[in-house]
Design a protein around this ligand. Structure first.
Ligand code: SF4
Ligand code: SF4
Length: 276
């Protein structure tokens, strides 16, 4: 994690900043001599939407995917847990999803960092209010894609790589991770961290929490929304963000039922599935 902090500092200080209309040259695919070189021994941190897409592509429930394919590095300075993709046990430490001939076997659902590479995005500010996003180019020695002359603007590249839904969920994620409460020194209790993990990453457990606990006796959710979150994981994740902004940061995004207000005061809400 220290390495990543140092890299972030270097990017902010030294890397040329690109805007959406700035251009670069790049090609990637089975024709490049370095095909798959970037799919081993690499740190890939996953957003909630990455996990949703990957585990659906693999037809796995969220709890199984997280335990089988991710680890969560623990750092004292970190406010929130972020899952890191596990590499396999081979000497090369390859990604579990790479096929030496075909490349990425979950290509349509590959996570954000794999998707936008060799472009990266960063924000100099510590909160959502102060951040101004910019793009930068990663030029690593092993990556020969930079030797080709196909020209892209950053905007064309992002569109070509199918980043649109990732951008929507990325904005929601920033509202949580760059919440002004953290810049003001807020720390979350273990139970709140557990809730964060459940509502944003472990969506099958979150769905059970909503439908199998007393949640719906205490919070107003209209029938249409309820129907959507029952059947659609993306809607469930949108609701998860609302719930986290409400339950951890006090934003008025969810309505408490009048009969439950007394109960809610001073009581934490646990994602156990049974919460009476
Ligand atoms: S998810 Fe796909 S693109 Fe990303 S490292 Fe693994 S095989 Fe490579
Ligand atoms: S190293 Fe670069 S060019 Fe080679 S496969 Fe990876 S992204 Fe493509």
């Amino acid at each position: 994690m220290k390495e990543l902090e140092n890299l972030k500092e270097k990017i902010l200080k030294e890397y040329p900043r690109f805007g959406l209309q700035d251009k670069f040259c790049f090609e990637c695919g089975p024709h490049v001599s370095c095909f798959n070189e970037c799919c081993s021994d690499v740190n890939i941190f996953l957003t909630p939407y990455d996990v949703l897409r990957m585990r659906k592509a693999l037809n796995l429930d969220s709890t199984t995917f997280l335990s089988k394919y991710t680890i969560v590095p623990i750092e004292k300075s970190q406010k929130l847990p972020v899952p890191l993709m596990k590499m396999d046990d081979s000497e090369r430490k390859q990604c579990h999803f790479v096929d030496n001939e075909k490349g990425c076997t979950i290509y349509g659902d590959r996570p954000w960092p794999c998707r936008i590479y060799p472009v990266g995005s960063a924000s100099p500010g510590e909160t959502e209010v102060t951040q101004e996003q910019f793009y930068f180019l990663m030029e690593e020695e092993h990556c020969k894609g930079h030797e080709y002359s196909t020209e892209w603007t950053i905007e064309e590249w992002l569109k070509d790589q199918g980043t649109e839904p990732y951008a929507e969920f990325g904005e929601l994620f920033k509202r949580v991770t760059l919440n002004p409460g953290f810049a003001a020194g807020k720390d979350l209790a273990p139970q709140q961290i557990d809730m964060y993990w459940t509502a944003l990453y472990d969506l099958d457990k979150f769905r059970r929490f909503i439908f199998e606990s007393s949640f719906l006796k205490r919070f107003e959710v209209d029938d249409d929304e309820l129907d959507r979150i029952k059947n659609d994981d993306e809607e469930l994740l949108r609701f998860g963000f609302k719930w986290i902004l409400f339950s951890l940061f006090g934003e008025k995004r969810i309505k408490v039922k009048p009969e439950a207000e007394k109960w809610i005061k001073g009581k934490d809400v646990k994602p156990t599935g049974k919460n009476d």
